[in-house]
Write a protein that binds this ligand. Structure first.
Ligand code: HEM
Ligand code: CU
Length: 567
């Protein structure tokens, strides 16, 4: 008899009262590669997202090192212009579509259902499908390396991305990547929204959901809003390239500005989609290693939601140098400034979470502090660029490259590393090495700042982005060499963390269910968790259910020890 229906004593067929306990949640024990390829378990799917995204990160990182090696000295001939343009485009697209967005889906997949007390995502099979669409997108995109990689930059501006200027498979590979990863994220986002709205443990109202879960919910909603727009844009680009339409061709009545509006209506929310789950990871790590509850829980959740809302209204700050009316420029400038308010609230909430805390400088906290300081710098230079008269000077210069790497590497990547060190014990049952972790942090922190801090002054002195070589102008050679040395130092730091992960998988100290004495439900179950997650789903009474459970257990054992031993 299928698990789904039960026949009552009166012979009536009804659905069982235990919701969500579907066959896919408690998997038939598959073994070997089948246990992964055929899985619908959110934990396995989460790990597959994380591992695949890290592999793409290594590819994007190698591309970054090639870029920096080419730019390390003036008049370098290591890469010819076409190869440079391709590597640059592959780097940007890989890091955004195949590293940051999918790895956040990986964290969300593994952690969010457990943090809300669920046994799986609402649609396990759809969840598996999302992963395979993402992977297919990545494979199609990298297949372009064999058929002519794209060269138009990650923004694919028309008419450069038109067939007339960049013929061949490259740009089409980007179009298919956008569609396949788009479907993956869209289906995945619907899954997150339904799971978070319907599958929370008893007692976990919206006001008791972990901040990380809030950020995954907002990440999903923003994807649902932004993705259809890029899907339309790349479809119009596909028909312009192959079916004789002229949507973006100004010589035939089309308008290249249409591409920019469509791309950035997606592209700007995209940058918040990349960073907001990172906010969630930081909001989990800081309270645990400060031994204090997060400061201003409600303000933190509300600030994240308002950043997401405002983030959909500022896209044209990427187009300040296009022929737009001043009123439009002013509107988008003020909108961009406004985002600084909720972002500031978050920064202060994080700082006050640590203030007077019993700080334990474990590796996850070090990376969280790295995030805080670097994201602050990225945010401030963002305000500079949001001021359109200033942007008129700095648009498309290395100041812009420095700015978004402070947000995407200093921000997103440091928060991702904090999350990997924080949840590695839950994923594997083992602890990551602290000494190697700290060495990795300092190589990454110093390497990162050496790479990108100097790029601000390169931009201020007029160095444009996307140039494959430059003459020996003034201090450009020195600063570029410093930047390249920084990039290799950063790479060493990343390598140390990968070695740490590999070694800890085998020889790390046993973690146990709650190695950090943390606050949320993922630390209530074993490390790694069983297929069905919870034997019993606890009733939640606050934003720190794990702390409540620990206190209750302590109180019970206290009373038990005080009760006179029964004869
Ligand atoms: C890990 C170390 C990294 C290094 C050393 C690095 C270096 C660079 C450099 C030098 C450029 C500019 C090249 C030019 O304009 O000619 C660039 C472009 C870019 N990077 Fe990175 N990057 C790194 C990581 C990342 C990450 C983690 C992300 C995103 C999440 C990212 C996203 C981008 C994007 C979107 C571009 C623009 C590509 C374009 O102009 O089409 N990078 N990177
Ligand atoms: Cu923007």
């Amino acid at each position: 008899m299928a698990a789904a229906d039960v026949t009552t004593k009166t012979g009536e067929r009804t659905l069982p009262k235990v919701p969500l306990l579907t066959t896919s949640s408690v998997e038939r024990p598959l073994t070997g590669w089948r246990a992964w390829v055929l899985t619908t378990d959110h934990k396995k799917i989460g790990l597959m997202y994380i591992v695949a995204a890290l592999i793409f990160f290594v590819l994007g990182g190698v591309e970054a090192l090639l870029i920096r090696t080419q730019l390390g000295t003036p008049d370098n001939t290591l890469l010819d212009p076409h190869t440079y343009n391709s590597i640059l485009t592959m780097h940007g697209v890989t890091m955004v579509f195949l590293f940051v967005i999918p790895i956040m889906a990986g964290f969300g997949n593994y952690i969010a259902p457990i943090q809300i007390g669920a046994r799986d995502m609402a649609f396990p099979k759809l969840n598996a499908l999302s992963f395979w669409f993402f992977l297919a997108g990545g494979i199609v995109f990298y297949a372009s390396l064999f058929f002519g990689a794209p060269e138009a930059g990650w923004t694919m501006y028309a008419p450069l991305s038109d067939d007339a200027f960049t013929p061949g498979f490259g740009t089409d590979a980007f179009i298919f990547l956008a569609h396949l990863t788009g479907i993956s994220s869209l289906v995945g986002s619907v899954n997150f929204v339904v799971t978070i709205a319907n599958m929370r443990a008893p007692g976990m109202g919206w006001g008791r959901m972990p901040i990380f879960v809030w950020t995954i919910l907002i990440y999903a909603v923003m994807l649902i809003i932004a993705l259809p727009v890029i899907a339309v844009a790349v479809t119009l680009l596909l028909t312009d390239r192959h079916f004789g339409t002229h949507f973006f061709d100004s010589t035939q009545g089309g308008d290249p500005m249409l591409w920019q509006h469509l791309f950035w209506f997606f592209g700007h929310p995209e940058v918040y989609i990349m960073i907001i789950p990172g906010f969630g990871i930081i909001s989990e790590v800081l309270p645990v290693f400060s031994r204090k509850p997060v400061f201003g829980y409600k303000a933190l959740a509300a600030a994240t939601a308002s950043i997401a809302f405002l983030g959909t209204l500022v896209w044209a700050h990427h187009m300040f140098t296009t022929p737009s009316p001043t009123a439009v420029l002013v509107f988008f400038m003020i909108g961009s400034f406004l985002i600084g308010v909720p972002t500031g609230i978050k920064l202060f909430n994080w700082i006050f979470t640590m203030y007077h805390g019993a700080i334990e400088f474990k590796t996850p906290l070090l990376f969280a502090c790295g995030f805080l300081s670097m994201f602050l710098i990225g945010g401030i230079t963002g305000i500079f660029l949001a001021t359109f008269p200033v942007d008129w000077q700095l648009h498309d210069s290395y100041f812009v490259v420095a700015h978004f790497h402070y947000v995407l590497v200093g921000g997103a990547m440091f928060s991702i590393t904090a999350g990997l060190y924080y949840w590695f014990p839950k994923f594997t049952g083992r602890m990551m090495g602290e000494t190697l972790g700290k060495w990795s942090f300092w190589f990454m922190f110093i390497g990162f700042n050496t790479t990108f801090l100097v790029q601000h002054s390169l931009g201020l002195s007029g160095m444009p982005r996307r140039i494959y070589e430059y003459g020996d102008y003034g201090h450009w050679a020195t600063l570029n060499l410093i930047s390249t040395i920084g990039a290799y130092t950063l790479a060493i730091g990343l390598l140390l963390s990968m070695i740490n992960g590999y070694r800890s998988l085998k020889n790390g100290a046993k973690a146990g269910p709650d190695p950090w004495r943390a606050n949320t439900l993922e630390w209530f179950i074993p490390s790694p968790p069983p297929a069905h997650n919870f034997d019993i789903i606890p009733t939640v009474r606050s934003v720190e259910p794990m702390k409540d459970i620990r206190q209750e257990v302590a109180a019970r054992s206290q009373t038990a020890s005080e009760e006179p031993a029964q004869a």
